[in-house]
Design a protein around this ligand. Structure first.
Ligand code: FE2
Length: 200
């Protein structure tokens, strides 16, 4: 289950009011990219858009690192949106491994257990992979070059694991092969800009 486009947009606006920050426009960029890529791969573009828009919805509950993953999962499960809940978990772990998380482990024991068990029970599908890719190219002001973004993360956190870097490049190639098109052209990197308050 996942919400309609309109409901997803409403949830994002509401969440942004609780914890203002650039993450809402980042979410819009991710949603845009997911929709455009999905259209070109024979995937459900509406579902891709909604999953992209809500992947970081856990940020509603404040400025947390790993905590936004469990917050998002629990919030979406409470609304019955299990397909979004899994994306809240899977988007941060492109290697399917909790220990590869970049950022602070600021979760309680219970929250960490929830994430670990959720990941263990999950087999990634193309929607999980799609949002991981879009998260890696979604800036707050528009689409960013994946390699430049990884450099940025590296400078903010001091390191960027090679395996994660390689996995992101693998994701880019995987979807480019599916689309038969260059990623940045497909998502109109040069021209697309998010619109505050929604561009649906
Ligand atoms: Fe994100």
């Amino acid at each position: 289950m996942y919400p309609t486009r309109e409901e997803a947009e409403r949830l994002l606006v509401e969440a942004e009011e609780c914890n203002p920050g650039p993450w809402d426009d980042h979410s819009r960029v991710v949603a845009h990219c997911a929709e455009e890529i999905a259209k070109r791969c024979g995937m459900d573009s509406e579902k891709a858009y909604v999953l992209g828009l809500l992947h970081d919805i856990g940020r509603k509950y404040g400025k947390r690192h790993l905590g936004h993953v469990s917050d998002g999962y629990s919030y979406m499960m409470s609304l019955g949106y299990d397909e979004v809940a899994r994306i809240c978990l899977s988007h941060s772990f492109n290697e399917h491994d909790l220990d590869q998380y970049i950022g602070n482990f600021d979760t309680s024991e219970e929250e960490t257990k929830l994430i670990r068990e959720g990941l263990d029970a999950m087999e990634y599908d193309d929607y999980d992979l799609l949002i991981q890719l879009c998260d890696a190219i979604g800036g707050a002001e528009g689409v960013v070059d994946m390699a430049l973004r990884m450099e940025d993360v590296k400078s903010r956190y001091g390191a960027y694991p090679q395996e994660k870097w390689d996995k992101n490049m693998w994701l880019k190639n995987y979807f480019e092969r599916k689309m038969g098109e260059d990623l940045y052209i497909a998502v109109d990197k040069e021209n697309y800009r998010p619109v505050k308050g929604g561009n649906v």
